[in-house]
Design a protein. Structure first.
Length: 583
């Protein structure tokens, strides 16, 4: 007969260092909720792998939840109660609350608990009378004490967490979930109104069935559980729609799954000054740090005077690969915390028999850097290439609609783009003029500044209205062709409900706009531009964005424009600037 692990709804399991309760089983995966009521979806293979690693192969005796995890999830009052029970058991056994004669209190051992004068049965009866419990209860405490002392005497009934939806009729829960979802798309309702609608629909849909209707307090708890994190009651409609359409995983963030997967290298100036030994002048210092994104541990750091050089970045990376020895004055108890096993480690073969513990060197899979010259130097790039480290940087600079609608601010921005373009030739630059005639005045005062930034950009997006104001004597499409010859790889002209045009060195691309009911046009242009940037970045990956953009054919450009138009159509169909999430 084969042995199995028993996993069912309501079962308590330990996963990833936390006590969790199974609240749903869906195919080859389960949904777990921890003590903080945070949910996670875990494949059964991963859950069983953790169980086998923790308890060995399945046996006929069900594996118990680790007591240390139960102790960590317990409240301080529950822990104090377990400590008091353990002290009573020790006194019942040895006559001393501490269990050690050398740590005896002044009145210990008391005559009724002295092992030399009484038997264990007499001491158990005396302790039961003192605490007001039965001798059988003391016997159960005594038996559990051997399993883990204070930890084993924790009241398991008070540490187990019962899901708010357990014990409720599934038909009532399903109806409640459907009514709650309507509150996001329709008019806002209160909790009382929502429960009344649920009751009426349950009676109408199941007229001849005995559906268990929970009490009002239980029903409110169930509604609170179904709407947790959604802001259904109390949040604005815009916030509710944003939460409803959010992606299931963080978008735009790196999520590390093990140490060494992502290491962030960055430099920050410090409010610390030193004196130059030769000139005697005050100088500032900069700190460069290598941070593991998984456990937030510092793998290396370097303090440099004045400014950070490429050799400082190389030194920080070297320290991550070959960490320093711990100082002897730290003592023998000093040890690095364990957070997991990295994919690759670096071992000093000449120091394998070192007496003092030293953190193993971690070979990062990927380092995340910014556009600083020290990080983009050929020295760091060559080292990463030789060690097989992915060398990622943020290769995007967006010049978009902001408060720079005055001449001076736009000129300063143009000069800054020119400096950045000169320092980083591979940087992908996007530009959305977003011209506002009511604020800018005469177009002649801004035409030269706009053209200078257009010549430095790779992607330019402008509306036909903006181009008609800037060049009243020219067709917007002719202006886009002129701009395309000055430098940009793609110049997009948006035409509202008539779609959009894109001018590239390969030719012209024209698309139509989806037919929707327009509610509010605020944010449509920003959504179009943001989607265009996201499409280019997704196609580029780790490659040079400018090269990928220049190699796009007309079909790929058309596909990107259609994605932008669909996203903008969602925005105009909602009140307020409420763009969709990418999913």
């Amino acid at each position: 007969m084969s042995n199995t692990f028993d996993i069912r709804i309501g079962s308590t399991v330990s996963f990833d260092g936390c006590l969790c309760t199974v609240i749903e089983i869906a195919g080859d995966a389960v949904v777990l909720v921890d003590g903080a009521k945070k949910t996670r979806r875990v494949r059964l293979v991963e859950l069983l792998r953790d169980a086998i690693d923790a308890f060995g192969l399945p046996s006929e005796q069900a594996a118990l939840t680790p007591l240390a995890l139960i102790w960590a999830d317990a409240t301080e009052e529950q822990r104090d109660e377990a400590r008091r029970k353990a002290a009573h058991v020790r006194e019942m056994r040895t006559g001393f609350a501490s269990g050690i004669p050398t740590l005896a209190q002044p009145h210990e051992p008391r005559p009724e608990f002295n092992p030399r004068l009484t038997t264990i049965h007499e001491r158990r009866r005396s302790k039961a009378a003192e605490l007001g419990v039965s001798p059988k209860t003391l016997k159960r405490w005594d038996d559990r004490f051997d399993e883990g002392e204070d930890l084993a005497l924790l009241d398991f009934r008070k540490t187990s967490w019962t899901p708010a939806l357990s014990g409720l009729d599934p038909r009532w829960v399903d109806m409640c979930r459907r009514v709650v979802e309507e509150n996001v798309r329709g008019a806002k309702r209160s909790v009382t109104t929502t429960l009344a609608i649920v009751l009426a629909r349950v009676k109408r849909e199941y007229p001849n069935s005995d559906v268990r209707i929970p009490s009002e307090s239980t029903a409110r708890e169930a509604v609170a559980e179904l709407t947790r994190g959604k802001g259904t009651f109390g949040a604005s409609m815009r916030t509710q729609r944003s939460i409803e359409t959010r992606p299931p995983v963080p978008y735009g963030r790196l999520v590390a799954t093990r140490p060494g997967e992502y290491v962030v290298l960055d430099t920050t100036p410090l409010n610390v000054f030193g004196v130059a030994p030769v000139t005697g002048k005050w100088m500032r210092a900069e700190l460069t740090v290598a941070l593991d994104l998984y456990d937030r541990s510092i793998l290396g750091l370097r303090l440099a005077p004045v400014s950070t050089k490429a050799v400082d970045v190389a030194g920080v990376l070297m320290e991550a690969l070959s960490p320093r020895e711990m100082p002897a004055e730290w003592g023998d108890r000093a040890a690095w915390p364990f957070h997991g096993v990295p994919e690759n480690i670096v071992i000093d073969v000449e120091n394998l028999k070192a007496l003092r513990f030293r953190r193993p060197g971690i070979l990062p899979d990927t380092i995340i850097i910014d556009h600083g010259k020290p990080f983009m130097s050929i020295h760091v790039a060559s080292v990463c290439q030789r060690l097989g480290i992915s060398h990622r940087s943020r290769r995007l600079l967006g010049i978009g609609p902001s408060c720079s609608t005055v001449v001076g601010a736009r000129r300063r921005r143009g000069r800054r783009v020119g400096r950045v373009r000169g320092d980083h030739a591979s940087l992908l630059v996007t530009y959305d003029p977003n011209l506002r005639p009511a604020l800018l005045g005469a177009a002649d005062a801004h035409r030269a500044c706009v053209e200078r930034i257009v010549a430095l950009a790779d992607i330019v997006k402008a509306s036909d209205e903006a181009l008609g104001w800037l060049y009243p004597q020219s067709d917007p499409l002719d202006t886009a062709r002129v701009w395309s010859q000055s430098g940009p790889s793609v110049v997009v002209v948006t035409r509202g409900g008539d779609g959009a045009d894109a001018v590239t060195p390969q030719g012209l691309v024209r698309i139509g706009a989806p037919i929707v009911t327009v509610v509010d046009t605020v944010g449509a242009g920003d959504t179009f531009m943001g989607t265009l940037i996201a499409e280019v970045v997704a196609r580029a990956g780790e490659a040079d964005g400018r090269d990928v953009l220049a190699g796009l054919d007309l079909g790929e450009v058309g596909a990107m424009l259609e994605s932008c138009a669909r996203a903008a159509a969602v925005t105009v169909s909602r009140p307020g600037a409420d763009p969709p999430w990418r999913s």
